[in-house]
Design a protein around this ligand. Structure first.
Ligand SMILES: CC(C)(COP(=O)(O)OP(=O)(O)OC[C@H]1O[C@@H](n2cnc3c(N)ncnc32)[C@H](O)[C@@H]1OP(=O)(O)O)[C@@H](O)C(=O)NCCC(=O)NCCS
Length: 155
């Protein structure tokens, strides 16, 4: 795929590969340096990463089959660990990863995507068709304000 910063390649990764970028981007300056998520090594979990022309990992995202509690009967995918390398944020890489994750969900017949989103990223999700639902909360590990966001894919 072409982007403003050159050719970006999106591919599946294993959960060990996603850890360095999670640590660098999602745990910078935090007391917790934990980057393992429950469900990371589930057979149904898919980790999608963005790579630059030289093969360097510049974005990560993890897509886990998890019910969305307000609608537990629907087959839903939870997006977790969404991160773009700091120096490359706001160049469209996150958008490419969302597109790839939505395609994955669509292919497996799941049409609801949700996430616990940092409030600082709500604009990003809203611009990609996610709706903010419910009250805000402080997420335990990061101690940052979050909201749930959800997107319903067209069938
Ligand atoms: C949130 C995050 C994953 C988004 O990834 P990203 O690669 O920066 O995403 P994009 O570049 O596709 O979009 C981000 C913004 O850049 C803008 N943008 C996208 N392409 C652009 C381009 N070519 N030129 C200028 N701006 C652009 C988008 O409009 C978007 O703006 P918005 O946030 O106001 O909606 C990333 O910023 C990040 O890792 N943040 C820190 C960790 C974090 O908060 N993770 C999410 C936890 S829920």
């Amino acid at each position: 795929m072409n982007s403003q910063i050159g050719d970006i390649h999106i591919r599946a990764m294993n959960y060990l590969e996603v850890r360095p970028l999670r640590l660098e981007v999602l745990r910078a300056g935090m007391a917790s340096q934990t980057v393992d998520f429950d469900g990371d090594d589930d057979k149904t979990t898919v980790h999608l990463g963005a790579f630059d022309e030289t093969g360097v990992n510049i974005g990560v995202s993890s897509w886990m089959q998890r019910p969305f509690q307000p609608e537990p009967d629907l087959k839903a995918v939870q997006l977790r660990g969404m991160a773009t390398a700091v120096h490359l944020q706001s160049h469209g890489i996150g958008g490419l990863l969302l597109d790839a994750g939505h395609t994955h969900a669509h292919e497996i017949g799941f049409h609801v995507i949700w996430a616990n989103a940092r409030d600082t990223a709500l604009n990003f999700y809203n611009r990609h068709g996610y709706t903010t639902v419910g009250e805000g909360f402080i997420e335990t590990v990061t101690q940052l304000p979050h909201h749930k966001v959800v997107k319903y894919l067209l069938r």
